[in-house]
Design a protein around this ligand. Structure first.
Ligand code: ZN
Length: 137
């Protein structure tokens, strides 16, 4: 069974063979893709990351920009896994994407984590810092 990497629909049909790889067309969003382009493992990785970021309060568009995954896919995953944010309204975290050296520098200054704290999630070859400032008004 194949899943569209653009919108996660399984409504796909065969659409020829290119460079010895089966090509498919998604009937939901008309996206063409070949198998093995996005392995199952990588796929799961992005699903997890997208849902984490969603729970942290980021918008679909922000997650799309950060992960390079279509916001339509993210909306589908949120629906598919029944993810609900436990809070409402105007809480919105700030975030930074840093490499390992920058991360160390960031943590060497107490001012960067005092009064808020951060959550770190791996993002490709970098790290994403999500700063929690929920107690700041
Ligand atoms: Zn699709």
């Amino acid at each position: 069974m194949n899943i569209c990497p653009n919108c996660s629909s399984d409504n796909v049909i065969k659409a020829g063979v290119i460079k010895q790889r089966q090509r498919y067309k998604c009937k939901s969003c008309n996206y063409y893709f070949t198998v093995n382009k996005l392995g199952k493992k990588i796929d799961d990785y992005y699903v997890n990351k997208a849902l984490q970021l969603y729970l942290e309060g980021l918008t679909y568009r922000e997650i799309e920009r950060i992960l390079g995954v279509s916001h339509v896919s993210i909306m589908n995953w949120v629906k598919k896994y029944g993810i609900k944010r436990p809070y409402k309204g105007n809480y919105h975290p700030s975030y930074k994407i840093l490499n390992h050296d920058e991360l160390q520098k960031y943590f060497s200054s107490i001012d960067n984590i005092k009064g808020a704290g951060v959550v770190i999630t791996e993002l490709g070859d970098k790290f994403m810092l999500i700063k929690w400032e929920r107690f700041k008004d």
